[in-house]
Each structure stands twice: as structure tokens, then as C-alpha cells.
Design a protein around this ligand. Structure first.
Ligand code: GMT
Length: 375
């Protein structure tokens, strides 16, 4: 049994999901888990044995122009490391979490190892602000072990941050108790979707990089050929423009905006196809969650997406922005029930074989063992 601290962004997002589900799985296996975050991670919705939560308090002293969240986090990490005698502090994102962890490790009296998982935005942020490169590099190099959620992200990190340190690819995983094939006819009824309509779904934080407009434009072509509905889940900077675009296309009755949702598995499982047409995506957890529900996907040939989706088997990969091709694949699949069944089964099998929680959580446990053995 190990004592493991976990720090992540606790709000809605794939990295928070993975960090929280990992903590829950490790706790089930008998480890003691301490979440150190700014608020309760959103998937930690009930009491779990072996799971503790330490909230970071920020002081609003008037002299500080900006509340020093990063320092408050580092101080809380050091306090928890010493009081709970943590073996491992697993932080998600180099910035700022690895940096805070390294500072906490320096401050704490109890020896602790820092494991950092990179989720992507750290590295893509560098495209915007090069001044952060040295601090991200420091966070990676000073961690005791580093993982990336795809091989594409590993390579991108090496290229962009010029890193010599070994980085281990550990893919994201699914919570099989939550994501599995389930068709909820009542839910379909509540959304007023006819049994004959095909359902397409997209989930994101509506940032520009998610190219939600491509999703809508793909759906427009699909809808001209097949009775269908598009469910858009999430919220973010592009939301208002996308609502306007849907209005301009006259598709308000065909496309529903559901906003932020905490428990999306029932909606995902109800769908026939997941669309993710981003221009940056280190993994694309929503594609995997859909596959685990037996729902194939269409994604762009970008980042880690081709490591999740197998073209022609569990879904399709298209060039960035190629809405015509995406729509053509969707129409071909959704108008052939046998093919749909075959893709659905392949998606489910692939998710369970390659991204099972057992397989991936074991990889993290092995890494913790190796890091602790290194002394
Ligand atoms: O995609 C986002 O903007 C959210 C971000 C996050 O922190 O959850 O997602 C990143 O981490 C996910 C979990 O590993 C990955 O599935 C996403 O692909 C990755 N997003 C990007 O690389 C843009």
C-alpha cells in the first residue's frame, strides 16, 4: 500500500476526469489517496474509502496584486506530504502543478517522489507563449518520472521543449462502470428524438481549437442525407458564435446545445456517432468514452486521435477541416445497419482491450514502484 497525493484541475475536462478516476481506482486497490486541489474534483461526487481531500486555501491579502494560488498550492502540498507521509505526489500538468510539486518536495521534510503527467495543453500553450518554455522544461526535468497521454504528445514535447528526459507513454483509460453500452429509450424520448433518427454527439470546452463549426458543417451534410440530430455538450468561448451559426443555417430544431453536463455517459451511449474534429488534441478522451459505449467516432488526423481511433474499424480519421469527407463517412456508416453494428462492436472491443482501467492503472502502479526503487 502506498500513500499517493494527486493534484489536478478539478473542473470539467479530460485531465481532471483521468486524475480522479485514477485516484478512485488506486483507492479500490488499497492505496491511500490524498487529493490536493482548489475545489472538490467533479467526479469525486460521493464518499470513497481511502480517499481524502485537502482544499487549497488562497489568502486575499490586499498587498498581492494577484492571489498567489501556486504558492498556496505548494505550501498545502508540503503540509500534506509531511503530515500524511506521502510516498508519491502525482501531478497532472507541468504548469503549474509540477513546479508546485517540486517546490513542495524541496520544502517538505518527508522524502516524496514527483510523478508528472502531461495532458497536452501545457505543450500547445508554448505555441502562444515561448517565455514559459524554461519553466515547463524545469517542471519536466525535475520530476522523478514523467508520463504523456499519447506518443504524439511525447514527440511534440521533445520537439517543442527540447527534452532529453525519458517520458513514458501511458494512455488514458475508461471507467467501465460508467461507460458501457446502454440504450436509454426514455432519455431519447425526453430529448424528443424519434426512434428513426440517428444521433451524432460532440463534447468539448468550445475553445477555437475544437473547431465546433466543422462539427456543425459536417452534421449539416449528414442531415441532408439521413434523418438525424446533433447533440452538442459543453460550453466555452465559441458557444455564442456556434449558436449563431446554427441559427444562420436554420438547424435549430436539428441541433441541441446541452451546455455543461457532469454525467454524460447516458447521452454518449444513446448516440450513433461521436465527432471530434479538433486542430489540437493530445488524446481525445471523449472518443474513447464513446468507444467504450460501443459508439464509433470520426476524428481528425491530429495529435493523439489516430492512436485512439482505428481508421475503417472503430471509426474514421479525416484531414483537418475536411467536413465533406467526414460527412461522407458518417452517411456511409449510418445508412448501413450491419456496418454500424460491426464498427460498434470493434469500438467496444478496442476500448476494453487497449484502454481498460485495469491495464492502465497497473502501468501507473508499476511506474510508482520503479520510481520508489530508484531511491
Ligand atoms: O481539451 C482541452 O482543452 C482540455 C484538456 C484537459 O485538461 O482536460 O484536455 C487535454 O487532456 C485530455 C486528457 O488527457 C485529452 O484527452 C485532451 O486531448 C487534451 N486536450 C488537448 O490536447 C487540446
Amino acid at each position: 500500500m502506498k500513500k499517493i497525493g494527486i493534484t489536478c484541475y478539478p473542473t470539467i475536462g479530460g485531465s481532471g476526469v483521468i486524475a480522479t478516476e485514477l485516484g478512485k481506482k488506486l483507492a479500490e486497490k488499497g492505496h491511500e489517496i490524498h487529493f490536493i486541489t482548489s475545489s472538490m474534483p467533479f467526479r469525486l461526487e460521493k464518499v470513497y474509502v481511502n480517499v481524502y481531500y485537502h482544499q487549497v486555501e488562497i489568502s486575499h491579502y490586499p498587498v498581492f496584486q494577484y492571489p498567489p494560488y501556486d504558492l498556496a498550492l505548494a505550501a498545502k502540498m508540503a503540509e500534506v506530504i509531511d503530515r500524511e507521509k506521502l510516498d508519491i505526489l502525482h501531478v497532472h500538468y507541468a504548469m503549474p502543478h509540477a513546479i508546485c510539486g517540486i517546490l513542495a518536495r524541496d520544502m517538505a521534510k518527508h522524502p516524496v517522489k514527483i510523478v508528472t503527467t502531461l495532458h497536452g495543453t501545457d505543450i500547445t500553450v508554448l505555441g502562444i507563449d515561448n517565455t514559459l518554455k524554461p519553466i515547463i522544461r524545469h517542471g519536466i526535468e525535475q520530476s522523478d518520472a514523467v508520463t504523456t497521454v499519447s506518443d504524439s504528445l511525447r514527440k511534440q514535447t521533445v520537439d517543442m521543449v527540447d527534452i532529453k528526459k525519458e517520458m513514458h507513454v501511458i494512455y488514458n483509460f475508461i471507467n467501465e462502470n460508467e461507460y458501457y453500452p446502454k440504450k436509454d429509450e426514455e432519455l431519447r424520448h425526453q430529448f424528443q428524438i424519434k426512434a428513426s433518427d440517428k444521433i451524432l454527439v460532440h463534447i468539448s470546452n468550445f475553445r477555437k481549437v475544437k473547431r465546433v463549426q466543422d462539427i456543425i458543417d459536417t452534421f449539416k451534410i449528414v442531415n441532408e442525407n439521413i434523418p438525424s440530430k446533433l447533440l452538442l455538450i459543453g460550453d466555452g468561448p465559441e458557444f455564442a458564435d456556434m449558436a449563431q451559426h446554427v441559427h444562420d443555417l436554420g438547424l435549430e430544431t436539428e441541433i441541441q446545445f446541452l451546455g455543461k453536463q457532469n454525467n454524460v455517459s447516458d447521452i454518449v451511449a444513446m448516440a450513433d456517432l461521436m465527432l471530434l474534429m479538433s486542430e489540437k488534441e493530445s488524446f481525445g478522451l471523449v472518443l474513447l468514452e464513446a468507444m467504450a459505449c460501443g459508439v464509433p467516432g470520426i476524428g481528425t488526423d491530429v495529435g493523439g486521435i489516430p492512436e485512439v481511433l482505428t481508421h475503417g474499424e472503430t471509426g474514421y480519421i479525416v484531414e483537418l477541416g475536411d467536413v465533406r469527407q467526414a460527412a461522407a463517412y458518417a452517411v456511409e456508416l449510418l445508412s448501413d445497419p450491419d456496418m454500424q453494428k460491426q464498427f460498434s462492436q470493434a469500438a467496444l472491443d478496442h476500448a476494453r482491450t487497449h484502454f481498460s482501467s485495469e491495464k492502465i492503472v497497473n502501468q501507473y502502479e508499476d511506474l510508482y514502484d520503479r520510481v520508489l526503487e530508484e531511491g
